[in-house]
Design a protein around this ligand. Sequence first.
Ligand code: AMP
Ligand code: ZN
Length: 468
Amino acid sequence: MALRFFNSLTRRVEDFVPLTAGEARLYTCGPTVYNFAHIGNFRAYLFEDLLRRTLEYAGLRVIQVMNLTDVDDKTIRGARQAGVPLADYTRTYKEAFFEDLRTLAIEPAEHYPAATDHIPEMIALVRTLIDKGFANVADDGSVYFSIARFPRYGQLVNLRREQMRPTERVRSDEYVKDAAADFALWKAYSEEDGAVFWDSPWGRGRPGWHIECSAMSMRYLGRTFDIHTGGIDNMFPHHENEIAQSEAANGCRFVNYWLHCAHLMVDGEKMAKSAGNFYTLRDLIGRGGNGREIRWVLLGTHYRQPLNFSFQACRDAKAALQRLDDFVVRLREAQARSGPSDAAVAGLIADAESGFRAGLDDDLNISEALGALFNFVRDANRLLDAGGLVGEGATAALAALARIDRVLGVIEPGRQDDVPPGVAARARERQEARKARDFKRADAIREALRLDGWLIEDTPGGQRLKRL
Ligand code: AMP
Ligand code: ZN
């Protein structure tokens, strides 16, 4: 079965057919770097990571662009309040963002263009829109997109003509759904902008938020590309405006597949900076969480379903990951044992991988994919109990887990290579002792292993053995 996704534009599940065979071009709206991203933002970035890894798992080469919005109303306000130049202010949050991506094992995109490095491309695009009659220059030197000139405006969110107010103009980057109006492509300089401005044919000013994504996607992915994603709150006005700008300027289709993730919620409300109900990744790590568990929590619910954040979910993640870790340790021990494996092993492995893939292919159905994985863990553990999974059978099971983990990014069974079985068994004993809160015994085992030249590290990914 082919890879298929729910396309927000057509409101249907569709087979994914890339523009160029073997390649997927993907644009993912990135962070506004005015503060630390919260885990609601990371739900969106993790959904995009799952999408990216699923495309790769299906054998496609992915070219992903994630923009960094480092000039807009919020970044300018933040820099002013902090009393530092805009670039200094945003640098801190750019760096923090990349650190957080690493903590969550999010695969890097091919390009992370910053808006302030692409102002000439934005000016060129605004100029094209004026030349083609889709935009007007206002008296103050701002430029507005005229939605009345673009009859397909509203196609993504299904706006009706009577919901549009082409007589109004909005300067703010974010506005509400029932107020479709002409929006700013270029904002004439105002006092509040301080030292933040660029020269343009229309005078000093700065780009609007929406034009950033149109200009940068075109620069790195071409006029038409395969997939564009974001959180559902980005559909309007941001993505609707991106479509209008790009299609009006280029006269061709902008994006073939639009994918949007539902929100991360807290007590029934969207997690948001403005609502004050948010946790950053750093908050959760400060409370004893780790990147691997948070990754698991945020990935574990289908991307189109709202996900309610809770600390119970973090505890459940710990338990699920422990189960996988224990399984890996057992397989490693079994690997060293010789003898034939049960005839059922090959079938179990094949079912695990085909079930996992079938789930993901079906619009990233992660529950089905994880269901296949945990069925495998259960059945293989039974065989391990009975001594029916050893030697090459165990090696094959570990290889299958490694392939599955190219998508999940949490198991990493390759990490404990070359640990002799006796050492692995004692390390496992220590883990059991810790679980039973028998720390005296756990420490004694650790010390004995140290004398044998092995160091046990307790890492967020579980226990790890290192040769001293
Ligand atoms: P922003 O920095 O506000 O532009 O948001 C960056 C990304 O995070 C966008 O794709 C948003 O749609 C997404 N986002 C913001 N809040 C949430 C949330 N509570 N749940 C899921 N995604 C979110
Ligand atoms: Zn965007």
